[in-house]
Design a protein around this ligand. Structure first.
Ligand code: NAP
Length: 681
């Protein structure tokens, strides 16, 4: 049955109007859906997102938003079968679908877990340590990041309607920004269904996700400096967005992920018979055929030592001969059709362009399909080309055939291979199959500046490798030049892309209060009760203890050396220690100072402090000699509430000074402190 796609705008579903565009099944050409958004008020959508969902998201902490992403991932997982059924219509096989649907859902899980581990349970992100910008320490600097107050407009490509949407949506929501998704029209029926489920779930605040099914229209005309524009698609569309007067005039943050003529290099050592040769063949074959080659990260240029060209050509042809093309939902099928007949037409034109200056060495004469009709669906044969003279300016370095198409390029030596790799003009992903780590280093040093990601494959990592073509939510997805010039997908940097970094300048106490942490130079609160006697809720940032002094003796150093086994000469040999440029004679072990400091600040009886789970930023700033007297300033620096645990994290600032008040060591002690009123929910 033909579906009439709806946009989700201003809290209601608005169907396509009359004259809507037909979206056809990639498999059999039947009409799957109608799409149109002529009557949708794009300006009002932006205003709604800013006014309704923005404040609601910003009222949540990073951890609360991260929990929502996890809940959403679990919820969507219950509807996978519905997504799969629609995905097959886009031409995706079962494994392509798994990458799109399951891969997209797992991206939500990854961002949720990164958000809880790497971001504070707060609404403001304190970035890095404070900066000492005055002689007396009364005026300091601190970078903070807060969510932008607009809408993240996300224009997506047709090839991964679920994953492509979720990889952008997750970091925006985690940052505290509502999103407006504009899926590519040809596969919008799958994205629409997933957004419908997201809205139905009620997990995110109303308006946190809006959907525009149809063309962008005048949407960009209403963007402000608080909105973010994320784009995935062709380089030519990216240029239109980049040069849009409002995008330019309002300095709208834009991240573009575009075309890419990615390369993979067969190392000079990887001759036939080596595991690396087999890996290379497997990778090139997979990148040609998975998602019918409609992957922005697919290998378009396979760089091969010239003496191996014949062997590579034969090995690939043999694998391609075994490829089963047909009905994507069938278990018997390895490759489905392209996303549409129009897309196939486009790819065939690009192949013809490439073939003018290269030789097609593999293409099936007739298409025998499994349970599918070659006339009705957008099926095509994989095409392997061979470019014997891949000189600079050859179309293979600038024509992208976005389908099951790859070209073989011979290289003479590593410097020639590096030069060819760079001719792609900036790529999302490159790879090298080699067991020669020196050659790999040459490849990386020569090509890293032209790539967002490099996959270095050999027999040792192959079994666990995620492969050339898989972007991961943990790692940068993007690339320089032709690839769009972006690196704002992948990891917490994708979250930061949706936040404003602001430099604060003021007194340590003022900035400490704003940032809810003790900053160096700030006032300490000294109370008769030891800080270790306070429960998590009772502790306040700035609660401190100034310890008594303790003299360090030569006997201490000897005893610590005997106990620890650390008899390094600087602690044990007066003459050798004095010859060292940093010391005047035997010095106390740094780890002894850390241990002694604990002896000075710890309150030993059982109490709310449950455990010490580490030290951060430990520095030994000045040597401590026998006879020196040390003391500790121990201050509650930061409290991190763990919503779901009976304890919270407390970070303590530790400063060890000597009898002359010179700092000899500084670090942060990390503890877990019990909550008094915690009730499990
Ligand atoms: P496209 O024409 O640039 O379309 C991409 C998106 O932009 C679609 O949502 C499209 O909407 C929208 N769009 C088209 N014209 C627009 C305009 N004037 N203003 C605003 N939005 C506009 O790309 P495509 O040909 O469909 O996609 C294939 C390309 O995407 C390939 O070149 C591939 O390399 C690239 N790609 C890159 C990545 C990556 O991560 N770097 C991932 C996937 C694909 P409609 O569909 O409604 O026209």
């Amino acid at each position: 049955m033909t579906r009439i796609l709806e946009s989700y705008a201003q809290g209601r579903w608005q169907p396509a109007g009359p004259g809507a565009q037909q979206l056809k099944s990639a498999v059999d050409g039947s009409v799957v859906a109608l799409i149109d958004a002529k009557d949708v008020d794009r300006k009002a959508m932006l205003e709604y997102g800013r006014a309704k969902a923005g404040p609601a998201l910003r009222a949540m902490t990073f951890h609360q938003r991260a929990e929502s992403l996890k809940a959403l991932a679990k919820y969507l997982a219950d509807f996978k079968q519905e997504f799969y059924a629609l995905s097959y219509q886009t031409g995706a096989t079962r494994s392509d679908t798994w990458i799109d649907v399951d891969g997209g859902i797992s991206t939500l899980f990854v961002y949720s877990s990164k958000g809880r581990r790497e971001l504070p349970n707060d609404r403001i992100l304190i970035e890095g340590p404070s900066e000492a910008i005055s002689r007396g320490g009364s005026f300091v600097g601190q970078h903070v990041c807060v969510p932008l107050e607009g809408v993240a407009v996300q224009i997506n490509a047709f090839n991964f309607p679920c994953w492509g949407m979720l990889e952008k949506l997750a970091p925006a929501i985690l940052a505290g920004m509502p999103v407006l998704v504009k899926p590519a029209s040809s596969t919008a029926y799958l994205a629409e269904h997933m957004v419908r489920r997201i809205v139905d779930s009620g997990i995110l605040p109303e308006g946190a996700v809006q959907l525009l099914c149809g063309s962008v229209g005048d949407l960009l005309d209403h963007l402000t400096c608080q909105d973010v524009l994320g784009f995935t698609g062709s380089a030519s569309t990216a240029i239109k967005l980049r040069t849009h007067p409002v995008v330019l005039g309002n300095s709208v943050r834009l991240n573009a992920e575009t075309d890419s003529l990615n390369c993979s290099l067969l190392g000079p050592d990887a001759v036939p018979g080596t595991p690396e040769f087999d890996l290379f063949i497997a990778e090139v074959f997979r990148e040609m055929t998975s998602k019918a080659g409609q992957k922005c990260t697919a290998i378009r240029r396979a760089l091969v030592p010239e003496q191996c060209m014949g062997a590579v050509q034969r090995a690939l042809a043999e694998k391609l001969d075994g490829l089963r093309i047909g009905l994507p939902s069938s278990k018997e099928v390895d490759m489905g059709p392209l996303a549409s007949l129009g897309q196939r037409e486009e790819v065939l034109q690009r192949v013809a362009e490439l073939a003018r200056e290269s030789e097609i060495v593999y293409q099936r004469k007739s298409l025998e399909l499994v349970q599918a009709d070659a006339q009705a669906g957008a099926f095509m044969s994989p095409v392997l080309l061979r470019v014997d003279d891949p000189h600079s300016g050859h179309p293979v370095h600038y024509v992208e055939a976005f389908g099951p198409v790859c070209s073989l390029l011979p290289y003479k030596d590593m410097s020639n291979a590096v030069a060819l790799a760079r001719m792609g003009g900036g790529s999302l992903a490159g790879s090298m199959c080699s067991a020669d780590d020196q050659a790999v280093r040459q490849f990386v040093l020569g090509t890293a500046a032209m790539h967002g990601r490099l996959v270095l494959l050999n027999r040792h990592c192959a079994s666990e490798s995620t492969g050339h073509g898989s972007p991961l939510p943990h790692l940068v997805h993007g690339g320089p030049g032709r690839a769009g010039g972006g690196e704002e997908q992948g990891g917490i940097r994708a979250v930061m892309h949706h936040m404003q970094r602001t430099a604060l300048q003021g007194s340590p106490d003022t900035l400490g209060l704003v940032c809810d942490r003790y900053l160096p130079g700030g006032a300490r609160r000294l109370e008769p009760i030891h800080p270790f006697r306070k429960y998590f809720e009772q502790l306040q940032v700035g609660d401190a203890l100034l310890s008594a002094e303790r003299e360090v003796s030569l006997d201490d150093i000897e005893a610590f050396a005997a106990l620890s086994g650390d008899t390094f000469y600087a602690h044990m040999d007066q003459e050798a220690a004095a010859a060292n440029p940093f010391f005047d004679g035997r010095v106390a072990h740094g780890y002894f100072l850390v241990s002694v400091a604990a002896g000075l600040f710890v309150d030993p009886a059982p109490g709310p402090v449950l455990a010490n789970y580490g030290l951060d930023n430990l520095r030994f700033n000045k040597p401590v000699y026998p006879g020196d007297r040390i003391k500790v300033a121990f201050t509650c620096k930061q409290k991190v509430n763990r919503e779901t645990a009976e304890y919270g994290e407390v970070h303590w600032d530790v400063q060890i000074t000597n009898q002359d008040d010179e700092n000899v060591a500084s670090y942060e002690v990390l503890t877990l402190v019990e909550k008094e009123d915690w009730v499990q929910v």
